[in-house]
Design a protein around this ligand. Sequence first.
Ligand code: AHR
Length: 309
Amino acid sequence: AAAMACVAATPAQAAKPLTIGFSQVGAESEWRTANTASIKAAARQANINLKFADAQQQQQNQVKAIRSFIAQRVDVIAFSPVVETGWETVLREAKNAKIPVILTDRAVKVSDPSLYVSFIGSDFVEEGRRAGRWLLDYAKKNGDKPLNIVELQGTVGSAPATDRKNGFAEVIAGNPKLKVLRSQTGDFTRAKGKEVMEAFLKSEGKNINVLYAHNDDMAIGAIQAIEEAGLKPGKDIVIVSIDGVRGAFEAMMKGKLNVTIECNPLLGPTLMQTAQAVAAGQPVAKRITVQEGVFPAEVAAKEFPNRKY
Ligand code: AHR
């Protein structure tokens, strides 16, 4: 302890706090709100100066924010890319300015992987597979009848929409009685989820047995549409969605949602640790994933008090 006291810096000598520029997708969902809160709280706790920009789900706003972070010479840039493509130019600008970039939550498609140092976030393909596996199991337990599915996709061109669609399709291909009737984007929002579900109900009516929603918010919007159409969500139409937010647990406890596949938004602490390591010149893993579970309605009431978002 004595030695520590000798080397402790006085306030005047203390290292300048790290500055991170973070470009967030927007505030489209309960998941995103929890993700933003996690990032802001973790920055405060780590004494990191966070410059936070909300892109309102527009790629051009994210490009602008990243350019502004480069101009301000932040220590690290982090962002959750709204879509996967179109990042080469601005990421090259960051690289030329020698500012490391960390991806959180969503991936990018770039020909040169050295354009970012690390990607922290879920395995979205696996989430889609988990949704598919739950449905295969449900079909098996319920007499293996043919089931017509409608799908509410996330934002077009975003990694979670593409990956969750592919993971689910890969798994349900194992049962030819499971058929996707319609698949359309609801942009990860409640309002769009409701609107598109209304259109599905209009065109397909009582043919719909299952809704697969790429996030809980769209499922919650769709639940409203299903009820307004005089049907029982969770019973007349089985609902499978992704995220595991509080709203989904509330819907499950009311019997209106059948299962949610967890997607963990609490990425703040890992992001701050990774940024500090990168800034200190330490090696970091190129891909950092998170632990996630599957929560069917049967466990919702028991799990609800433990939920952190
Ligand atoms: O990228 C993660 C996804 O984006 C979440 O599943 C969704 O709710 C959010 O809008």
